[in-house]
Design a protein around this ligand. Structure first.
Ligand SMILES: [Zn+2]
Length: 195
């Protein structure tokens, strides 16, 4: 990836044949613009200008996450132990949350998220969560169980999660720091730059 500097911001352009629309990915030292094959480079710089305020805000959050990530002490669990713990938390969450539906937990490699919920009642937890402390695993699992109440991140969903995690902002910050530490934030990018 070649990098060019635009007003103090390092801009890298990555093209992919599979990509249909341009996408900006903010990284701690700048921004990566993903472009479809035939789109000119100037489009990348136009996008960076248009979204500069958003990019700078998000980048300062990331820079802070990089600092926090240096102080983290990742847990050491096996995938089996993670699955057991996440299942236990899911059962507990289903009992506590009014209207929640029973879920089965599976653990697998995920590229860019910590968890997901399918309407078939399956919660998927990212394998990398085995390095997280218990409270963050709870946060991820409760998030997905709240999706059994509401699929979208609407008010109903937010109220559900807020009830059990009034310190949501703090946890999100810590989770982001783990994403930096474990390479989850740039996982999709590595793949693209090698293709
Ligand atoms: Zn969600």
């Amino acid at each position: 990836m070649d990098a060019e500097v635009s007003d103090g911001l390092k801009v890298r352009v990555v093209r992919s044949g599979r990509r249909k629309r341009a996408k900006i990915v903010v990284v701690p030292d700048g921004v990566v613009v993903l472009l479809p094959m035939r789109v000119g480079e100037e489009v990348a710089y136009e996008l960076v200008e248009r979204f500069r305020a958003w990019i700078e805000r998000w980048r300062s959050v990331l820079v802070e996450a990089v600092e926090i990530s240096k102080t983290l002490r990742p847990a050491s669990r096996t995938v089996e132990e993670l699955k057991e713990l996440a299942s236990k938390i899911a059962d507990e969450a289903v009992k506590k949350i009014p209207g929640a539906r029973p879920c089965r937990v599976i653990v697998r490699k995920m590229r860019s998220s910590w968890g997901s919920y399918s309407s078939k009642g399956v919660i998927t937890v990212n394998k990398l969560a085995r390095f997280l402390p218990d409270n963050l695993i709870s946060f991820i699992v409760y998030h997905e169980v709240c999706h059994t109440v509401s699929r979208r991140h609407d008010r109903r969903f937010r109220e559900c999660l807020q009830e059990y995690f009034p310190n949501k902002e703090e946890l999100e910050k810590e989770l982001l720091a783990y994403e930096v530490r474990l390479g989850l934030i740039t996982a999709g990018l590595d793949e693209l730059s090698h293709s």
